[in-house]
Design a protein around this ligand. Sequence first.
Ligand code: XMP
Length: 521
Amino acid sequence: KVIVIDFGGQYNQLVARRVRECNVYCEIYSYRTPIEQIKEMNPKGIILTGGPNSCYEEDSPTYTKELFELGIPVLGLCYGAQLMNHILGGKVEKAPVREYGKTETFIDGAKDSLFAGVEDETVVWMSHFDYISKPAPGFEIIAHTADCPVAADANEAKKLYAIQFHPEVLHTVKGKEILHNFVRNICQTAGSWKMDSFAENAVREIREKVGDGKVLLALSGGVDSSVLAALLAKAIGKQLTCVFVDHGLLRKNEGDEVEGVFGPNGDFDINFVRVNAQERYYAKLAGVTEPERKRKIIGEEFIRVFEEEAKKIGKVDFLAQGTIYPDVVESGLGGESAVIKSHHNVGGLPDFVDFKEIIEPLRNLFKDEVRAVGLELGLPEYLVFRQPFPGPGLGIRIIGEVTAEKVRMVQDADYIYREEVDKAAREYKEANGVEAPWMPNQYFAALTNMRSVGVMGDERTYDYAVAVRAVRTIDFMTAEAAEIPFAVLQTVMSRIINEVRGVNRVMYDLTSKPPGTIEME
Ligand code: XMP
């Protein structure tokens, strides 16, 4: 495998993704990982990522020089490139001209190795304020730009390569080729990592580990837990029990859809327990308006319901969790970039179920890899490509008190909205052959707590306002409102008002994140 050492840059997960696209397995480790651990892994290659710091400053992330003396090929990107030169005796300084964006670059060397197949003039993605002003001894300049004398340098004899730009970003026209050259040719990897080998291996490993033990899984119906359920079903069948809690805050028809796939009439031979806890949740939520309080109640109630079901099942050997790689990295366990939020799946073992061990078979996969596994295991596309849906569900898409009646309104409005957006997106794609430029990553309806006067037929109404929201985002940390065509919004408006009793107004939420959040609670 190839390892990526993370110095906190924003594209670091992308680097690992690109390596895996070369059919080479890859993992991300923090720059705090000791060299001994790296040596034990015996990687075929090492990539140092970008990062926000200046490597010549006192407290900046760094690494021991020994890394470059292991005989393992190393590729430094951006900060990683600067750091490599800095550590090995070159000079890094604040650049007189900051480069940002697509940049014309001239290739001067490594034309048979790192830059094989790259034209002498090519466009790359730059994003830096420091630059390498003097290459480290033994290094030769292999690329430059108008403003940057060292866009890349290398010590080819030692297989050390430093590039200032970002090959992992699609704007770098030959980025894929450059990474492929490094990962496959310079690191001499076999390129045999594939998604289908993942499912096969995972099934074998699960069987070995679980033996004839019992496994319990809390199935939410989201992508990760569904794919995990399908994988476990394939590996161990009836030894798996899935508990699916319907908290009455799911989207329209969702509970029945999950039951359809995983229940007794579905495709998998497992134990499936659906708990219809709707009334319980509504009773707990009655009169509660404060958003954090609602989240807390929904979370605690889930634990209680799950605990009760687990007791009925008795002792299990393993608790399965749908942790995926970005969860691991985000929680600061793997990489460096984002100790931004601690993820609910990682750390803090649930101590309310009697079990021996946790298993997390999807722990090393990215989201799109999880989806690929799901499709391979025969899950329906609508499930595999579902948009994100928060754990507390519609509970955090209803402003103010949650009631069964309000849940019905937001469910119906949301269903119509998604149906119309999906239809328009499909039509756009059929007509143009590409995805609509406005296609949101997340889109849903929320119920505001506002009632206002309207007129329906000859009647005066005094009903609720629904807000519809659609955002485009890459990482869900920042987002902007998607430009859904006005005609689509008009259809949505008239359908919601005509079809959803209790609603007489529809508004479109334009707020970006920050300052807003994606959810509306
Ligand atoms: P916000 O509203 O924080 O949402 O901008 C960012 C992304 O996270 C999802 N989200 C949640 N997911 N449990 C989850 O599993 C939660 O409590 C939760 N709250 C927000 C939200 O849907 C969006 O994709």
